[in-house]
Design a protein around this ligand. Sequence first.
Ligand code: FES
Length: 159
Amino acid sequence: MNESHFQDALADTKNLGEMTDADAVGTVGSPDCGDMVRLWVKYREQDGRKVIDKASFQSFGCQTAIAVASLATELIRGKTREEALQMSAEDLSKPLGPLPPMKIHCGQMVEGALRAALEAETAEPKTESPRAHPIGHTLADSLAAADKKAGKIKIVLNS
Ligand code: FES
């Protein structure tokens, strides 16, 4: 991982926050560390194609997850759903350079949230699942619900 690119990405975090007019949302939690990321996507028509107009995210995750999510929300703009689905965690974090082995799951969590959002656009989830949540619920809502269900959940901010 290129440390200066990483610090730049963190210092200039883009598209952080809930998107109230999103077309789709996806949420993923990492079983490796208990962190979570939620990603919103909004589409627009361009030359007869439906492309991603903008994306935003919320994260209760480490700095790597935040940096990758910020980059991902920029990299997918202007892409079709199919093009965005082709992007791997490696593609989404490429400007940072290769992630160290213990941080690979951070990028994979962002890829998972993106996939969940892109897939939620065509198939509205019928039941609450950890991979997709109704638009409008915040990450804090999900954590509160999970907290009630599981008894407790550990939240680590900016670890
Ligand atoms: Fe868990 Fe990075 S997302 S350590």
